[in-house]
Design a protein around this ligand. Structure first.
Ligand code: ADE
Length: 339
C-alpha cells in the first residue's frame, strides 16, 4: 500500500493496491470479496462499480446509511480499493467553514473518492457548495466584495463523493437527491458476526474456537465494530489467563468481567432501561431526560445505545417520548404491574 498522506486539516488520503489484505486499522477488509454480510448492498455495489469501470467513468456518488459501527467507513475504503482510486477522508464536523470544503474540493484529482463521514452534520452553507460540485463538478464562488463582487465557476476534477450517515432522516432533500446510489446498512446476524470475528482473529493471529467466536458474535449487538473490539479485549484475558487461546469458557468469563451480558448489553444500557422503569415509572420520557438520568450525552444515547434497544424490542419511540416495552420488563425481571 502506498503510504497514507495526511494534511494539516485532518484529511487522510491513501491508495489501495491489489496485494493489500487490510487497511489502516489492520483488520478492515479492503475488497468486496473479503467483506462479510450486507449482501444486498454488496451485490448492488459490485454491479455499479463494474459498470463504472467498464465505461471508464468515476462511480456515481454513494450515500451509506446505518447505525454506528456497521461498516460504512470500511465500505468507503472498499469503493476506493475496488476502483483503484485514492481516498480522501474527512467528516461533517471537521469542515467548519466553506473555505475548508473549497480547499478539499480543489485538492482532488480526477477519479478520487472523497469520503465525508457524518455528512448530516455539515452546516447548510457548506452543504450548498456540494450541490454544483456533485452535480456538474463545478465550484460556484463569488470573488471580490461589494460592488466588485462577481460569480465565478471553477471546474473540478470528476470525483466520487461517498457520504456516511447514521441519520439519513436528518439529511436535507437537495443533498440526498444528489446521491445516485443509496445503500442502507442493517444489523448483522450472529453467523455473519461469527465469520467476521474468525476473520479478524486470523489476521491478529489469535487462536479461537468456533464456539467462542459465536459467543462473541451473539453479544456484539449486530455490529462488527463491537465484535472486533470485544475480540481484542477477550484476547487480553486469554493471553493472561489461558495461554492465549480463546475458548468459550474464557470468552464467557471475560465478557462477565467486561459486564457485557447475554444480549450484549452493558452497564449503560441497563442504566437506561432501569431509569425508564423506575425513575420514569414506565411512562414516556424524553431523550434529554433519559440522558440526564444516566449522565450521558443525548447524542450518545441516540446513536450508540438506542438503536440496539429498539432492535431488541426493549423500547419504542412514540410521539410523547421513549417508552419501555414488555420485553424490557422481562429482561429486568420486573412485573410492570408493580410499578
Ligand atoms: N470488519 C468489520 N466489518 C467487516 C465486514 N463486514 N466484513 C469483514 N470484516 C469486517
Amino acid at each position: 500500500m502506498k503510504k497514507d498522506r495526511t494534511d494539516g486539516r485532518g484529511i487522510v488520503s491513501g491508495q489501495a493496491s491489489s496485494d493489500d489484505i487490510v487497511c489502516e486499522s489492520g483488520i478492515r477488509p479492503l475488497f468486496l470479496k473479503d467483506y462479510i454480510g450486507q449482501d444486498r448492498a454488496k451485490e448492488n455495489l459490485k454491479i455499479f462499480i463494474d459498470a463504472a469501470l467498464k465505461r471508464g467513468e468515476p462511480l456515481d456518488h454513494v450515500l451509506l446509511s446505518g447505525s454506528a459501527g456497521l461498516g460504512k467507513t470500511t465500505l468507503a475504503g472498499i469503493i476506493a480499493g475496488e476502483t483503484g482510486r485514492d481516498i480522501r477522508t474527512t467528516s461533517g464536523p471537521a469542515i467548519e467553514r466553506p473555505i475548508d470544503l473549497v480547499i478539499i474540493l480543489k485538492g482532488l484529482h480526477e477519479g478520487d473518492v472523497l469520503f465525508i463521514d457524518e455528512i448530516h452534520r455539515l452546516r447548510r452553507p457548506i452543504e450548498e457548495i456540494l450541490y454544483s460540485a456533485m452535480e456538474d463538478f463545478m465550484l460556484d464562488r463569488v470573488i471580490n466584495k461589494g460592488v466588485g463582487a462577481r460569480p465565478v465557476r471553477i471546474r473540478l476534477p470528476k470525483f466520487t463523493l461517498v457520504g456516511a450517515t447514521t441519520r439519513i432522516g436528518s439529511l436535507s432533500s437537495p443533498l440526498r437527491a444528489r446521491f445516485g446510489i443509496i445503500l442502507p446498512l442493517s444489523f448483522y446476524d450472529d453467523a455473519q458476526l461469527k465469520d467476521i470475528v474468525l476473520r479478524a482473529a486470523g489476521i491478529l493471529q489469535v487462536r479461537i474456537s468456533e464456539d467462542a467466536a459465536l459467543e462473541i458474535a451473539s453479544r456484539s449487538r449486530g455490529t462488527p465494530r463491537i465484535a472486533n473490539r470485544m475480540l481484542r479485549r477477550i484476547r487480553d484475558f486469554a493471553d493472561i489467563k489461558n495461554g492465549g487461546v480463546i475458548d468459550s469458557e474464557t470468552a464467557r468469563d471475560a465478557m462477565k468481567s467486561l459486564a457485557v451480558d447475554r444480549n450484549g448489553l452493558d452497564s449503560v444500557d441497563r442504566a437506561i432501561l432501569e431509569s425508564m422503569a423506575f425513575r420514569f415509572r414506565g411512562r414516556p420520557a424524553s431523550l434529554d431526560s433519559i440522558a440526564a438520568a444516566v449522565s450521558e450525552e443525548p447524542e450518545n444515547i441516540e446513536e450508540v445505545y438506542e438503536p440496539y434497544l429498539l432492535k431488541l424490542g426493549f423500547i419504542e419511540k412514540t410521539s410523547r417520548g421513549r417508552q419501555l416495552l414488555p420485553a424490557a420488563y422481562d429482561y429486568l425481571g420486573i412485573d410492570c404491574g408493580s410499578l
